[in-house]
Design a binder for this molecule. Structure first.
Ligand SMILES: Cc1ncc(COP(=O)(O)O)c(C=O)c1O
Length: 424
């Protein structure tokens, strides 16, 4: 990989040494071992502040971080301290956010097949809103402040989006079913506050958010008229993309804020309504650039391709094998060395031929025991990790101001068998 191809959102380099949060990457690998998730606190805080600043032009706005991107007690504490609430999708995420000491009234419980136990836990721990996804959930719920999750007929995949009459989606109420859902809600002890939508992830478009706002606001107005309601919350989900490789060109938070606020202002003027409360749920764009993963290079093999193996792979980062996600990486010992570049494929250690982390990446003379630093791994890595092949999940270290602290311990062999029971 050449210097100008580097994607190093959280790193600085001094005298050939790669640093994150002021901490030397190779020192981190030596101190904590590999594979290692490293999270830079200031990058998370900066992303949160960027959202708040970019949307400060709209009076009634609330940010709710999508915990599915990365959910630990420490990162939840950081994000809560920036004034964000949380979008959660499981008992585990509810409990983690609760244990972080966050204000649970700023938490929205979302998800397409919530269990009664999860709904009960949400109530017990004071979760502020439930985003109701389907008719079966409406039957299960009682005495709650709710949003209605709708599928607004916008399909968005990174570079392009289409508007369709009806989306074939597992999430939310189809537009044609909304009236029926509201009729049921009105007969129950449920307090409908507004509408919730989410149109996709790793989005590179801006106008798609304007179209989403328009559909959601017009639906809100229609429901208010038809059922004589006073709904005034619109949650438009998350989705802003990040730059994993040089080819990726996501818009800035300012650019999406401009589109969202101007379209919302237009609708407020056109329909002469009170400005609704706007809720956003960014996940990836808050934590992805804050993370790198450190691996140690192991064995190599020259087949048709030159393979280098690492001590992690699809169990700590399933995205490349799941959906061909691309990443950028450097050798931490020689981050800017453009000499002796070799095209190699980085293979994970797991027993699947599809466990390939990076295909055909150029690295300067890679050797066994070099530290490979993969960028932009803060989102959907730890949160998607598994124990495939009964391998322990890596530790996670938080770095800031040249200090490092473990925020998730490396799993031990005893952790792996902690829930096993021997035959009687
Ligand atoms: C309802 C909802 N909100 C927010 C998000 C976060 O999306 P992203 O991480 O792309 O910002 C997701 C992701 O799938 C989601 O399903």
């Amino acid at each position: 990989m050449t210097t100008n191809q580097l994607i190093m959102p959280v790193t600085t380099e001094t005298k050939g040494r790669l640093k994150i949060g002021g901490c030397d990457v190779i020192d981190l690998a030596e101190k904590y071992g590999t594979p290692l998730y490293v999270i830079d606190e200031m990058t998370i805080r900066t992303a949160c502040r960027e959202y708040k600043r970019a949307f400060s032009g709209y009076k009634n706005v609330q940010m709710m971080y999508a915990s599915k991107a990365l959910c630990t007690i420490a990162t939840s504490q950081i994000i809560a301290s920036e004034g964000f609430g949380f979008d959660v999708v499981s008992a585990g995420e509810i409990y983690t956010v609760y244990k972080s000491g966050a204000d649970m009234s700023n938490v929205l419980f979302n998800g397409s097949n919530k269990t009664q136990e999860e709904l009960d836990l949400a109530k017990k721990l004071g979760v502020g809103r439930i985003s109701v996804d389907n008719f079966s959930e409406l039957e299960m719920l009682d005495d709650a402040d709710i949003l209605l999750r709708i599928t607004p007929g916008i399909e968005c995949h990174t570079h392009e989006y289409i508007k369709t009459g009806q989306l074939d989606s597992k999430f939310g109420f189809d537009m044609k079913d909304i009236d029926k859902a509201v009729e049921i809600i009105l007969k129950k002890n449920l307090r409908l506050k507004g509408l919730h939508a989410h149109i996709g992830s790793q989005i590179f478009e801006t106008e798609v958010y304007g179209d989403e706002i328009e559909i959601v606001v017009e639906e809100l107005i229609r429901l208010n008229k038809k059922f004589n309601l006073n709904l005034n919350e619109i949650n438009i989900g998350g989705g802003l993309g990040v730059k994993y490789t040089e080819q990726d060109a996501p818009p800035s938070v300012d650019e999406i804020a401009d589109v969202i606020i101007s379209r919302l202002d237009k609708l407020v003027n056109k329909y002469k309504i009170e400005p609704p409360k706007l809720i956003l749920e960014p996940g990836r764009s808050i934590v992805s650039p804050a993370g790198v993963t450190l691996y140690k290079l192991g064995t190599s093999k020259q087949a048709i391709t030159k393979y280098f193996a690492i001590d992690g792979g699809m169990a700590d980062n399933p995205r490349p094998s799941m959906y061909n996600a691309k990443y950028s990486a450097v050798i931490a010992e020689r981050p800017f060395d453009n000499n002796s570049l070799q095209k190699v494929t980085i293979a994970g250690r797991f027993c699947e031929s599809g466990d390939i982390l990076l295909k055909n990446i150029e690295l300067p003379n890679p050797k066994k025991n070099d530290i490979l630093c993969v960028f932009n791994t803060g989102a959907y890595n730890f949160s998607m990790a598994s124990n495939y092949n009964r391998v322990q999940k890596p530790a996670m270290v938080l770095v800031n101001n040249s200090q490092s602290d473990i925020i998730v311990l490396r799993e031990t062999l005893d952790d792996l068998i902690a829930h096993d029971r021997t035959l009687k």
